[in-house]
Design a protein around this ligand. Sequence first.
Ligand code: NDP
Ligand code: 2IT
Length: 445
Amino acid sequence: MKFDAKAFLMAVSQKNTNESEFVQAVEEVILSLEGYLNDNPVYLQDKILERLVEPERVIMFRVPWVDDGGNVQVNRGFRVQFNSAIGPYKGGLRFHPTVNLSILKFLGFEQIFKNSLTGLSLGGGKGGSDFDPRGKTDAEVMRFSQSFMSELYRHIGPNIDVPAGDIGVGSREIGYLFGQYKKLTKDFSGTLTGKGLGWGGSNIRTEATGYGVVYFAEEMLKRVNQSLNGKSILISGSGNVAQFAAEKVMQLGGKVLTMSDSDGVIYAKEGLSEDVLTHVKQIKNLDRGRIKEVAEKYGIEYLVGNNPWMIKADVALPCATQNEISGADARGMVSNGVGLVVEGANMPSTPEAIEVFKENKILFAPGKASNAGGVAVSGLEMSQNSVRLSWSRDEVDEKLKIIMKGIHDQAVKYGAQDGRVDYVVGANIAGFKRVADSILAQGLV
Ligand code: NDP
Ligand code: 2IT
């Protein structure tokens, strides 16, 4: 039996019309598995692939709430419980006006393989809402979060489905969601991760995704006898992932040239200072302002409406959102000397951009491998909650490093060809194998 990836993808695309992001995520996985599947036909049995691309369950619900002016507002809420072959559904919640089923299915699908790579017992899921937190007061965010949880609580639990943060969902939102979950269920448990340190959260969870991205980048560079020390780095985004990627880059002696938000980019030729990064955190996490204000305060160059990809640098860490690097951006990066691209966001590179990186032998890591540190420490938060203990910063950081190295080494094991590593192929095969073996073992469910 020979696997026909094109025919398979055609069927997925026909069955999921208007879900371009989901189809894009499936395509990346299926194309990189083609050779492996033909060498290992056991995985073509029993329609494993057809089952993998179908979520186990999708929950969609109305989220009514009242704004500060007393007006009724209505948003749409979702939870995609994609695959539980290796553990309870696990993945973040995204609150952003662009959220729809396609975006959450792409994120849930990627999460299956990412979570598998961590080596922990975590299935794949994702959820969220088209609610836009921008410009909302704390009271409005609280009322929205409570209404969202008033439906979601029926579908989640510490051994069923464990949500966490993603775009637009940070410590404030997790606090409101957890409070409402506990009120409705009376249950103080590890049903959400990313909790505050005083009430069941794990050390290093806030830092984990960004730190993990940089640990992964260091592993890739170590393999070719290099390091981040002294290198210039482009970072996009200025949220959770971007902030802690920047912090770790600075600690390791790299120069962070840029950070951004959806309005523009700050660009410091000599590298952003620690003071500036502290101010970015203040503006973004507490004042909930714009990155432009950081440029104004420190007299840093500000590029309106631009992404950072046209700036000369050694390394790029896209940490904002999906499809933020076009084919043209990627060609620009190559001609500007970028030699390493490590994804902090989920699917920030378009398929055309990945093709450009491949053709030009740019070292490239897909998010499902390089940004897995966040969910990995979420998994460690669940473990700590289960045993009602908490580990020190150093203990969690050490475990995070070991997990990121483990993911890197698995990607190398399955992705090495002629002395080079295709991290997309390697990560997809390694992530797939564990899930597929588990599906096979558990029968037709
Ligand atoms: P945050 O909400 O903390 O920050 C998001 C950042 O990206 C902001 O700077 C935001 O700018 C920018 N951004 C969001 N949407 C867009 C857009 N459409 N165009 C341009 N810029 C945009 O989110 P996170 O840092 O948590 O998430 C960033 C990425 O990392 C996402 O892809 C997420 O899925 C991924 N990720 C997150 C993990 C986590 O643990 N948090 C784990 C693994 C991956 P603005 O303020 O203007 O909206
Ligand atoms: O994309 C991701 O891996 C996350 N947003 C983190 C998920 C989690 O459960 O910590």
